[in-house]
Design a protein around this ligand. Structure first.
Ligand code: HEC
Length: 150
């Protein structure tokens, strides 16, 4: 079966929705708690951003990120308790990884995951890239800033 062999040879990383979350990202440098309490925002909730060491230099200075740079955002729900926002359940995880093979999304892999870390099979062009391009065209598509990190 030529066809099966051919597909088996395609790197798993190139097939949308099959890239797993990087191991050990919880040990990367982590942002402070970021609270978005505007209900109209896509990021309504509480989130933390993790940055790997490859990305850190550029994240501090701005510029083009080296291959293998990664950002992970872990998103939680939010509820008000006595007028104060309180962290709820984990609701989703997103990943950006610099990989020049992903040409149609600016040289970044964009991937979304369930709270359990399973791929959510989201279309990265319509659902991720376009907004990142709009928000951070001059920052190599990275929207968060080191200044807001700590
Ligand atoms: C409507 C706009 C929008 C869409 C759509 C969107 N994002 Fe983002 N993303 C943002 C904003 C704004 C931030 C910065 C949040 C903050 O300040 O912490 C961000 C941050 C991130 C970060 C941390 C690095 C960075 O750029 O700051 C990752 C990783 C990420 N998003 C991945 C994704 C993925 C994967 C998708 C698609 C499933 C996605 N995003 C869809 C607006 C968007």
């Amino acid at each position: 079966m030529v066809t099966a062999a051919f597909f088996a040879a395609v790197p798993a990383a190139m097939a949308a929705g099959t890239v797993s979350l990087p191991k050990g990202y919880e040990k990367w440098e982590k942002s402070k708690q970021q609270i978005v309490d505007d209900k109209k925002s896509l990021f309504y909730g509480i989130h933390y951003t993790y940055v790997n060491s490859k990305a850190m230099n550029t994240f501090k200075k701005k510029g083009t990120y080296p291959e293998g740079s990664m950002f992970v955002v872990v998103q939680y729900g939010i509820r008000q308790e006595g007028g104060k926002p309180v962290q709820g359940k984990k609701s989703m995880i997103v990943l950006m990884k610099k990989d020049k093979r992903y040409k149609e999304t600016g040289g970044w892999l964009f991937a979304g995951y369930t709270p359990q870390g399973k791929s959510s099979g989201i279309d990265p062009v319509k659902n991720c890239y376009e907004c990142h391009l709009k928000e951070a065209p001059d920052r190599d598509l990275v929207i968060s800033k080191y200044a807001d990190f700590r």
